[in-house]
Design a protein around this ligand. Structure first.
Ligand code: ATP
Ligand code: MG
Length: 183
């Protein structure tokens, strides 16, 4: 599924509303150390349903909310919206009747996250399944964190198998089977 745009508000260093248009082809993000390049990729990972705050380099999920700086007060909410092109109708049933999808995750201090797809409240699971089907998702091998190559070399065989399953496109099936079993 093609990503069209990412809108970030109050997430880590992105205190002002910030929109990134994602053009076809390759996009490079350059900037000095600490300017927020990794935070940008984390915003993408977070809106796709990442639930490990450690993967956000945080000591609690509230740490993704702008914590204030010398001259700006901290915020109490953070919100990230990912705009998707769904003209090829690759979204799962229930979300597949529109050409465009808007996936939003919002967090409020001490109140946790809520998710919306096209303005409708949904479960975290719905968002995770949307991206599991698209073979993207917060744990996708397409998202390579700083330091991850080193971790991959040191990984156990079972951890490497999960990467191969994601690459072969069967991890969405695993998620749906698990969903069916717990119902
Ligand atoms: P490098 O080139 O070193 O990899 P980078 O551009 O990837 O740098 P990031 O890691 O994205 O930089 O940004 C780090 C900055 O984000 C740090 O200055 C850190 O203080 C700031 N930061 C992280 N979380 C928050 C938060 N909740 N509120 C405000 N600033 C934050
Ligand atoms: Mg970085």
């Amino acid at each position: 599924m093609k990503f069209d745009k990412l809108r970030i508000l109050g997430f880590k260093t992105f205190v002002e509303p910030t929109e990134f248009l994602i053009a076809p082809g390759l996009t490079g993000v350059v900037g000095p150390n600490g300017c927020g390049k990794s935070n940008l990729v984390e915003a993408l990972r977070w809106v796709m349903g990442e639930n490990s705050y450690k993967n956000m380099r945080a000591s609690g999920m509230d740490d993704v909310i702008f914590a204030g700086s010398g001259h700006r007060p901290s915020r109490n909410t953070a919100e990230v919206t990912l705009f998707l092109d769904n003209r090829e109708r690759r979204a799962p049933a229930g979300f597949n009747d529109t050409d465009a999808l808007e996936v939003t995750r919002r967090i409020e201090r001490e109140a946790g996250s809520v998710y919306r797809i096209n303005g409708r409240d949904v479960r975290a699971r719905d968002v995770q399944l949307l991206f599991a089907d698209a073979s993207t998702g917060p744990r996708s091998p397409a998202m390579v964190r700083q330091g991850q190559i080193g971790e991959l070399i040191a990984a156990k065989p079972t951890q490497r198998r999960a990467i191969l399953e994601e690459a072969s496109g069967i991890s969405g099936l695993h998620s749906r089977r698990h969903e069916a079993e717990i119902r």
